[in-house]
Design a protein around this ligand. Structure first.
Ligand code: SF4
Ligand code: SF4
Length: 458
């Protein structure tokens, strides 16, 4: 088992300069008391037993990188890269260590300063592989633009509709792709519309007449998400229909954009701030701001952190963040409790990291599902453990991501359920794709799909 100190290359001297980590993020690390209570919750540590791949080990490593006592060698950085940023350690930590701030700041600084570090220390931090850079480019330039994503999916969707795509897969043609890009191809859901419809700008509360404005209604701003609006279009439509049926006026402003999570996690601070500003302007007038995508919701909920150094925007961002709720919380708050159509099925539920650990939402989706007549919810072992999707992680770290997906699918199999619900598009695609690849019969759905069926019968 490696300790952080052992990750320094033999004979290497401490780095002559530390990473310029924001003092607030550094202080987050200093609040760790090394108790180790987070270790059993950490997917990477429980997978390989390496202290340097545990939250405690990584915190020491990152503090060392910041103060210059740990050299920023390639093996050291590997432990930072292997972290899923799932934040299970934060849920487990009794000292309230806000681990992700230190991690994200360290990653951003490593990215920004890697050539300076190489020059100053001879550390030879490797350039990211062509495949990793291609994946990042695709994520930042295609997946965060729904129109481009729709265009890029047109050909595969057409081939799927014609029944040719599975045959192409069988020929092994896609095996020539680098592992990350191959994984991306495998994640394409087997079904989906050729050209997902754009959502309307407003859906009035059920029962209201056009132009009616006599009684005050709850206004809910809905963020469909970039990938969500293409891959989860049906789920988004169902969510909006449920919101309106519960008496909310739903607004889906055209001038909103990407939540900025991918840019933020890639260390592109200026870009994520720009996107956050655009969304605050577009959505802030509503009473609640919501999304069906846990990753987007978590990002919206933390916009206040992005603007903490901007006195002109800090208050606005704080008010915005305070209005953000997961879709399950909003529906519960609006009083959704009448489900006339029984669903006679036993399903299980996987807690998406960005819902349970980042947003601390575990009870609301379960409470809604518990009200559906005929539905049974089987408990899932390690339901709060990351499935390995974690944004681009399943593409850049395919080995660990596949191990974690396998672990998740085995736990689902142990429940004997054929359906697993989860509140994040990334988890759904990753678990579903792994089940398909390994020949398991499993359907991964959003809880909204079940609630919609129970409410409307279809
Ligand atoms: S964020 Fe997740 S993978 Fe990273 S140290 Fe914490 S628990 Fe482990
Ligand atoms: S549980 Fe918290 S304080 Fe304890 S080792 Fe983990 S991060 Fe540090």
């Amino acid at each position: 088992m490696n300790t952080p100190a052992e990750t320094q290359q033999p004979g290497s001297q401490p780095a002559p300069l530390g990473l310029p980590i924001d003092p607030r993020a550094y202080a987050r690390g200093l609040s760790c008391v090394h108790c180790g209570l987070c270790l059993p919750a950490c997917p990477t540590y429980t997978s390989n037993g390496n202290e340097a791949d545990s939250p405690r080990g990584r915190i020491q490593l990152m503090l060392g990188l910041a103060d210059g006592t740990v050299a920023p060698t390639a093996p050291a950085v590997k432990h930072i890269d292997l972290c899923l940023d799932c934040r299970a350690c934060e849920t487990a930590c009794p000292s309230g260590v806000v681990y992700h701030e230190l991690l994200e700041e360290t990653r951003a600084q490593l990215r920004q300063h890697s050539s300076r570090i190489n020059q100053a220390t001879g550390a030879q931090l490797p350039r990211r592989s062509l495949s990793d850079r291609a994946i990042e480019w695709l994520f930042l330039n295609m997946l965060t633009h729904p129109f481009r994503l729709k265009v890029s999916l047109l050909a595969p969707r057409l081939l799927q509709k014609l029944g040719i795509y599975p045959l192409l897969r069988k020929t092994g043609l896609f095996n020539i792709l680098p592992p990350g890009l191959r994984k991306m191809e495998q994640m394409l859901p087997p079904r989906g519309p050729l050209w997902p419809r754009r959502m309307p700008e407003r859906v009035a509360a059920a029962g209201s007449k056009p132009g009616e404005s006599d009684k005050p209604k709850v206004v809910v701003a809905f963020l469909p998400g970039c990938v969500g609006s293409v891959m989860f279009a049906r789920v988004n439509q169902m969510a909006v229909q449920l919101l309106a049926d519960c008496g909310a006026d739903v607004v889906i402003p055209r001038n909103q954009g990407c939540c900025g999570a991918m840019h933020h996690h890639a260390g592109l601070h200026a870009e994520s701030v720009k996107m956050a500003r655009q969304n605050i302007i577009a959505l802030e007038q509503a009473d609640f701001i919501t999304s069906t995508i846990a990753g987007c919701g978590a990002m919206l909920r933390e916009y206040d952190v992005l603007f903490r150094d901007d006195a002109s925007y800090a208050d606005r961002a704080r008010h915005f963040a305070a209005k953000v709720r997961d879709i399950s919380e909003v529906l519960l708050q609006l009083g959704l409790n009448d489900f006339p159509h029984p669903v006679h099925e036993t399903i299980t539920y996987h807690d998406a990291c960005h819902l349970v650990h980042a947003q601390k939402v575990a009870a609301a989706p379960r409470a809604l599902l518990a009200m559906v007549k005929g539905l049974k919810l089987a408990p899932l072992a390690e339901s709060e453990m990351c499935c390995g999707a974690a944004g681009t992680y399943n593409l850049t770290q395919p080995v660990m991501a596949t191990d974690l997906a396998e672990r998740k699918v085995r736990h689902i199999e142990a429940t004997a359920c054929r359906t697993c619900a989860t509140g994040n598009v990334g988890c759904a695609m990753h678990i579903q794709s792994h089940a398909l690849q390994t020949g398991r019969e499993l359907s991964v759905v959003h809880p909204i799909e079940i609630l919609h069926r129970a409410r409307f019968g279809s």
